[in-house]
Design a protein around this ligand. Sequence first.
Ligand code: SF4
Length: 370
Amino acid sequence: MNSGKTILDALTRPAELALPEADDAVRCLACAHRCLVRPGKRGICQVRFNEGGQLYAPWGYVAALQADPVEKKPFFHLFPGATALTFGMLGCDFHCGYCQNWLTSQALRDPASNSSIQLIREVDASELVTLARRSGAEVLVSSYNEPLITSEWAVSIFKQARLAGLKCAFVSNGNTTPEALDYLHPWLDAYKVDLKSMREANYRQLGGVLKHVLETIERVHGMGLWLEVVTLVVPGFNDSNEELWEAARFLRSISTDIPWHVTAFHPDYKMTNRDHTAASSLVRAAEIGREAGLNFVYAGNLPGRVEEYENTFCPHCNTRLVRREQFSLREYYITASGKCPKCGGLVPGRWSEQPEKIVLNGTHLPKKVY
Ligand code: SF4
């Protein structure tokens, strides 16, 4: 047996997002693939498996742990300036050719990522919460690989994090099920969804289904969780004006207040045969978002090269409320009650109740946590 599998299989618990089926098979409910996992078999993600009629889910470890600026997730309307202790595990339910975290996300799926097993560090939930407090984090985030496939572990951590006063968030591909979202909802404050394309054929190439992601965006917004959406703009893949307009119109049809981040691609993993996203393309994508009627459109990964698209403006009077440079805040004017100080209009988001304590002009760089 593969030693990576042996190590990972030991770090599991019986899954809660599971339904028994005939002949000891189990239907996994953690993501929209809804794998029917038969005894001795694994789901598409490879990290959830059926042993003797019981589905097992990853538990009790992290493969990456970093104190990041919350802006790096990216969340721009979730306590700007906060530190987000971010943990990742191994595995994914997609296989995106341009994944920037492929070493961990493609564990057990691509032999090239076998070495990721060495990144495993066993921890318990309370230890992670202690590390979050020690690193000054206000937010705890499950990210780097797809958090849905390890939802049970995330919930066990978030339960303790909430008691410690931390906010909790998912950074996800949005391949959810209603069951998984209901399970996560009580313990989550915010959810970032990647909207990778508006084309079914593109989603098939990545291992997903467009409809499931669109439904997630609607559902997360409907549940009242703070939602931000990211589209990595990949030249020749999803960057036509037509497709960007479709994405922007779709978001606007749900709410003009959903922040939409259009971010720059760089060649990675298996997609090395195309150019970096040009700053002009990113600005074009952001302009489409604004023209479509979205109030908050941000251009990411090209700091200082995207005009005003790193900043937040009042949706009522257009006053600049937050000025950013990459992950660092340069100016911040949103009031403790989440309003524009000039016109008094409410700014959608989750804002600090002590804006005077927000650190401006800090380096705010990611830090590994050991
Ligand atoms: S998390 Fe998704 S891919 Fe993994 S077993 Fe469950 S349904 Fe299948």
